[in-house]
Design a protein around this ligand. Structure first.
Ligand code: BTN
Length: 279
């Protein structure tokens, strides 16, 4: 390619990308620290990190392991479920991990994930009048587009949760456009048509989460259990689940342990994991 054409393309890209970045504001660290100091023993806000989940593992190794919140403005190797990547733009979205050490049986893992998913759904419903739903196991969708995902990693002592890392990525002001993505993505800003303040939504989600989490610690999960089924977008729908092979059926309910019950050829079948799509 002619060198002046390459230079023009380079300048255009530079300008374009930097303009994109200029739209976004860094998080107000003081505001977040003050609002969440009641809930977390530590709030760590990083400019750039490989992955907040990976950083959380290093924090656990240091011996700090309960009620820690780690937020990153940018991840260089953001991780998604099933070995996938999680993409974001610096200062645009919410990327965080919680370290919890609940000392509960591992069967409570799903409830804790759902507490975070429901907290997000309730926060954006109340603050922005946006309806979102859960796509089993723990993605959050607006319509047929993905808004957020959760990646949980467990450290078990036999069946007891010694530590858990719950990582959440929320597309607040930016969503990947990539047409090759497995699922199309959206952001709160796209849905609302305006820039969304990240601090407000983060504080709202984590305050709600803390209330649900305290209830889980005392075994009070009925309300949460109902909410996750009421807010699950696949219940009553024809779905296909991809594991090693494809399984088709109608989604009936999500059980307390997080497994999915489907109706297939007139019989109920319990599915433990997989990638679901609506048919
Ligand atoms: C998924 O839907 O596949 C789960 C995505 C989880 C992404 C978040 S972003 C913060 C935390 N750190 C990571 O590396 N991943 C999770």
């Amino acid at each position: 390619m002619h060198s002046s054409v390459s230079l023009l393309i380079f300048l255009y890209l530079e300008l374009h990308l930097n303009q994109d970045k200029m739209k976004y504001k860094p998080l107000n660290k003081d505001l977040i620290q003050k609002a969440l100091e009641r809930i977390f023993s530590q709030v760590i806000i990083l400019e750039e990190i490989d992955s907040t989940n990976e950083f959380a593992k290093r924090v656990i190794k240091e011996g700090i392991n309960d009620k820690v919140l780690i937020i990153a403005e940018e991840q260089t190797s953001g991780k998604g479920r099933m070995g996938r990547r999680w993409f974001s733009q610096k200062y645009a979205n919410l990327l965080f991990s919680l370290i919890l050490s609940p000392k509960l049986d591992k069967k409570w893992t799903f409830s804790i994930n759902m507490a975070l998913a429901i907290s997000l759904i309730e926060a954006i419903k109340e603050d922005y009048k946006i309806d979102a739903m859960i796509k089993w196991p723990n993605d959050i969708y607006i319509g047929n587009k993905k808004l957020a995902g959760i990646l949980t990693e467990l450290f078990l002592d036999l069946n007891i949760i010694k530590h858990m890392i719950i990582g959440m990525g929320i597309n607040v002001n930016w969503a990947p456009e990539d047409k090759t993505l497995l699922y199309p993505a959206t952001s709160l800003a796209k849905e609302k048509g305006e820039y969304i303040d990240r601090e407000t939504i983060l504080i709202s989600i984590l305050t709600r989460f803390d209330n649900y989490y305290k209830k889980i610690l005392t075994g009070e999960v009925k309300e949460l259990y109902k909410k996750w089924n009421d807010n699950c977008m696949i219940i009553g729908k024809e779905i296909s689940i991809v594991q090693d092979k494809e399984i088709r059926g109608v989604a009936v309910k999500i059980k307390e342990d997080g497994s999915l019950v489907i109706l297939k050829d007139g019989k109920e079948k319990t599915i433990m994991y997989g990638d679901v799509s609506l048919r």
